[in-house]
Design a protein around this ligand. Structure first.
Ligand SMILES: O=C(O)CCC(=O)C(=O)O
Ligand SMILES: [Fe+2]
Length: 264
């Protein structure tokens, strides 16, 4: 196992049962055809997850400039969006699945990549010099709070309490103010982020096309995208909380960060 083999190229399927199996096996699947409207994307999520759904909030438009979404201030069509976990503004209660459906692709650029966080962990664990980090990622509590949003003082890798591992790569991961060994924490954070970036460089790229939706296990995979040219490119993002999530945030939900601000 090495970082070169941590990328995921999702299979394109049109059978719902096969897609469910594929999602459980590889952490991602592209389904087609679906109605790539906001309502159509949520209706598909309803079909995909059925009784397992605990929250299926309103979708969010993904386009240059964005709307409501503070994270996206840093995203521009001209830059690569590095591989990340979605919804970390909700702290540890980030959504366990996410969907992106394509209304309009960019002919030039806009390719997606997916990195399997479980494989990155495994690659670290099997390297004699790096295995300390694989352990530390589960033990060391760091500050993963997005500025102004829900607090998270937690390890990068957690357990959902039902045997499902959660891994996270957010914009801001830093040693906690009360850390007993901030230097060691920083080393661990740097190693985690560099490993994901290394995996990203080798990850296969794919372009989501109109009529397609990619479903991603947001506890396991991280996603990113290449720069693009067509400013009319547009996707819908839908965040999903299922029975497998750590918990559903006790606040209004949307598929962006608009309600995730810290209160009081
Ligand atoms: O533009 C994309 O393909 C993905 C953007 C993204 O990461 C998101 O909307 O969560
Ligand atoms: Fe994202």
């Amino acid at each position: 196992m090495n970082f070169e083999s941590c990328g995921v190229l999702p299979r394109v399927l049109n059978d719902l049962e096969a897609a469910k199996t594929e999602l459980a096996t590889s952490g991602a699947v592209i389904f087609e055809p679906i109605d790539c409207t906001e309502a159509g994307t949520r209706a598909f999520a309803q079909e995909m997850f059925g009784d397992r759904l605990r929250a299926l909030p309103e979708g969010a438009r993904v386009f240059e400039g964005g709307e409501h979404d503070i994270t996206r201030v840093q995203a521009t069509n001209q830059k690569t969006t590095p591989c990340h976990t979605d919804g970390f503004a909700y702290g540890d209660l980030y959504p366990d699945f996410m969907l992106l459906s394509c209304v309009k692709e960019s002919e030039v650029g806009g390719e997606s990549i997916l990195v399997d966080g479980y494989k990155v962990l495994e690659a670290l664990a099997t390297d004699a010099n790096l295995s300390w980090a694989a352990r530390a990622l589960r033990e060391r509590e760091i500050d993963q709070t997005e500025t102004g949003m829900q607090t998270s003082l937690s390890p990068i890798c957690m357990d959902n309490g039902k045997g499902r591992t959660m891994v996270r790569r957010t914009l801001e991961q830093r040693p906690a103010e009360k850390s007993k060994d901030p230097e060691k924490d920083q080393q661990m954070i740097d190693l985690w982020r560099e490993s994901i970036d290394a995996a990203s460089r080798f990850a296969p790229q794919f372009k989501l096309l109109p009529g397609q939706v990619v479903v991603v296990d947001n506890y396991r995979l991280m996603h990113g995208r290449q720069p693009y040219e067509d400013l009319n490119r547009m996707l819908w993002r839908v965040w999903v909380w299922t029975v497998d999530c750590l918990n559903v945030p006790d606040m209004p939900l949307a598929s962006d960060t608009r309600y995730a601000t810290a209160r009081g």
